[in-house]
Design a protein around this ligand. Structure first.
Ligand SMILES: [Zn+2]
Length: 372
């Protein structure tokens, strides 16, 4: 399912909004039009409150976008290509095609975002104090926008990777350790501690004050935790498997089994070859994959009468790869799908089997040899 809508292009950078942003758009417009504005400026028409609510929300949206453009333009100047900007529920992401080449590049790229938000906050603040008539709805809107941009800058500076503050922390750790993977691990570690603290505060608000708004903190903490973990493992996959193809990691020592074999025969096959799974093949037709996991729910007394084709994972539910697929991408995909194994096929012919355990083993070996 496509979850982002393409909006515009700014300076050659495509801008997309994630569907979660539409939800925030409604929520913010409603709470401004029905809650905030009627409370700070009384006695205006419902229509006026709605116009003010929607316009303010649009400027908030533009502020988040400007923050991301701040990151993106500095990134391009530092030689990092930008795939695009996606605006999410709590902000945006500038998708860099590569990791920053140096700690100082990361520092500059990262600082540009919060600095942009601070500048917008300052500009809005000055407009409010010097140009706005007091007590008008537009003055309240400008004041609110100054506050929101200030909060955006401060929130992003929380040192929880991958928030901007966490990236700043990583760039300093990178400068000190001279190792991007180590620096990322430290930054993600700090980020995890902070995100669990945020979730803890959320739980306390729910239990001690009976206030369900604590759920938001749990949600935000969880999002940050997840984002940190996944950016760390992606970096490790990239570092480990950079430039490698599936064909270099797959095992070509293929033992197959017929779909007509019984589970008794399958059990012998497992014990004899000591593999965790077999492609199920009859003639030149590949039916799927059978692993120990498929066998475990079948009681032993049924083994002689049950055939492999009754328990296998069919080809359509099996991850199938091309031998020249990028190994780092495949590792990410296997983790996302929680797939233990994949069949490697070329022109409908089985050429290999790739297991996640083998890839993990290779990764551990790589890390061990790399740290020497
Ligand atoms: Zn940012």
């Amino acid at each position: 399912m496509k979850t982002s809508l393409r909006l515009i292009q700014i300076g050659g950078i495509p801008v997309e909004i994630h569907i979660s942003w539409l939800f925030i758009f409604f929520l913010l417009s409603i709470s401004l039009a029905q809650g905030y504005f009627p409370a700070v400026v009384e006695g205006l028409s419902t229509q006026t409150y709605w116009i003010a609510g929607i316009l303010t929300t649009l400027v908030v949206f533009a502020s988040v976008l400007t923050h991301e453009l701040g990151h993106s333009f500095v990134a391009i100047r530092e030689g990092i290509p930008i795939k695009g900007i996606t605006l999410f529920i709590f902000g945006g992401v500038s998708q860099m095609e590569i990791e920053p080449p140096s700690p100082s590049a990361e520092l500059k790229v990262t600082a540009a975002g919060p600095l942009t938000s601070l500048l917008i906050a300052l500009a809005m603040g000055l407009i409010y104090f010097y140009l706005m008539p007091p007590g008008q709805i537009i003055s309240q809107a400008v004041l609110l926008l100054a506050q929101i941009n200030l909060v955006m800058a401060i929130f992003n500076l929380i040192p929880a990777f991958p928030l901007d503050g966490g990236r700043l922390f990583r760039s300093i750790a990178w400068l000190l350790t001279k190792n991007l993977v180590t620096a990322t691990r430290v930054a993600v570690g700090l980020g995890s501690v902070l995100s669990f603290m945020v979730m803890g505060v959320g739980f306390m608000i729910i239990f001690f004050q009976g206030d369900l708004s604590g759920l938001w903190l749990i949600f935000i903490g969880w999002l940050i935790y997840q984002a940190g973990q996944s950016s760390y493992s992606q970096l490790v996959y990239k570092e480990t498997f950079s430039g490698m193809k599936v064909s270099e990691l797959m095992s070509t020592n293929l033992e197959t089994i017929s779909p007509d074999a019984t589970l008794d025969e399958l059990a012998d096959h497992f014990l004899h070859h000591k593999f965790g799974a077999f492609p199920v093949v009859y003639g030149s037709t590949i039916h799927g994959l059978v692993s120990l996991r498929n066998m475990k729910d079948i009681p032993r007394e049924k083994w002689s009468e049950t055939k492999v084709h009754g328990i296998l994972t069919p080809l359509k539910d099996t991850l199938v790869l091309k031998p020249d697929a990028d190994a780092a991408d495949v590792m990410k995909k296997m983790a996302e799908l929680d797939a233990g194994r994949a069949l490697v096929m070329e022109n409908d012919k089985l050429v290999g089997l790739l297991s996640r355990t083998d890839m993990m083993r290779y990764m551990k070996m790589h890390i061990a040899l790399d740290s020497k």
